[in-house]
Design a protein around this ligand. Sequence first.
Ligand SMILES: NC(=O)c1ccc[n+]([C@@H]2O[C@H](COP(=O)([O-])OP(=O)(O)OC[C@H]3O[C@@H](n4cnc5c(N)ncnc54)[C@H](OP(=O)(O)O)[C@@H]3O)[C@@H](O)[C@H]2O)c1
Length: 322
Amino acid sequence: MRAVRLLAHDAPPCLQDIPAPDLGPGQLRIEVAACGLNFADLLMIKGTYQDCPPLPFTLGLEVAGRVAALGEGVRGLEPGQRVAAFTGQGGLAEQVVCDANRCVPLPADMPFAEAAGFPIAYGTSHLALVHRAGLRAGETLVVLGAAGGVGLTAVEIGAALGARVIAVARGAAKAAVARQAGAELCLDSDTVDLRAELKALGGVDVVYDAVGEPMASAALRALHPEGRFLAIGFAGGKVPQFPANILLVKNLTVIGLYWGGYLGFAPQVLTGSLRDLTELYAQGGIRPHISHTLPLERFDEGLALLRDRRATGKVVVTVAPT
Ligand SMILES: NC(=O)c1ccc[n+]([C@@H]2O[C@H](COP(=O)([O-])OP(=O)(O)OC[C@H]3O[C@@H](n4cnc5c(N)ncnc54)[C@H](OP(=O)(O)O)[C@@H]3O)[C@@H](O)[C@H]2O)c1
């Protein structure tokens, strides 16, 4: 089968023909229709991701496709069924094998391309905003990196929960995308004095940070008492370091959220959240935004779009005709 392989860190990944992976007990083989790209793919290529498999390996953290075969002991799924899965690796290929508990059945009308970019972005924002931060209707949420993969889903879920959402993104085109997803206001990260602007807007209850410094500290300082700061990612490369005295004096909570980590200690939280999200999708409550869809041979263009900050929402690679 064709697969996008990473042979060495800091070397470009390449398309190769390799044998299909073996199927073990409790696992599924999925015929991949599409694979969602993520910022984490870039970190894996560099070798700086927290869950990076040993080299060589096949890239691709999340897929949608059809169940091709069930491993021993798998119940509740059947061959031919349409599913999405958080594979962690191996998804940029014609077939992938993963544990059955990493997979959710899809609503009948959900296209594979939308489903392929769904689990990580929506799952992360849903767990962060609902399960961890307890965002409530009427609260103010500010999203840093608001037009990116995870950021845009935070805007959409925040608005769906009834929060007032302030989006922070670079440039007018990204602001328009965030506004369409439900942001009431958009601030341009290139020009705004974030701390002053957020304070002038009345302050915020929850910060969703996918970017890191220097915006993270500016946003933290605009939090109301009992505000929550969600540390989601550091796409800008600078990890925030918060002084405990500020957290103490303002009664703030900093919440770290690693969505994939839940598979290790509370998988039922993750699958429950994905079930809620697919129901919300089926009811028309969320609409994934994909800025680029590319065929497998052009996977490297997709990675470059993320690296150069040219994507909005998700970039999806199609592997087989749907
Ligand atoms: N905690 C978790 O479980 C979890 C899950 C998924 C992702 N993440 C993390 O969240 C972050 C965003 O991931 P994503 O998949 O949404 O990425 P993405 O689609 O590439 O979005 C990243 C956004 O960050 C902004 N950005 C600022 N500085 C950047 C830089 N130097 N390079 C690239 N982007 C930059 C960009 O917006 P502007 O151009 O508008 O500034 C871009 O829209 C990453 O750090 C990722 O590792 C964490």
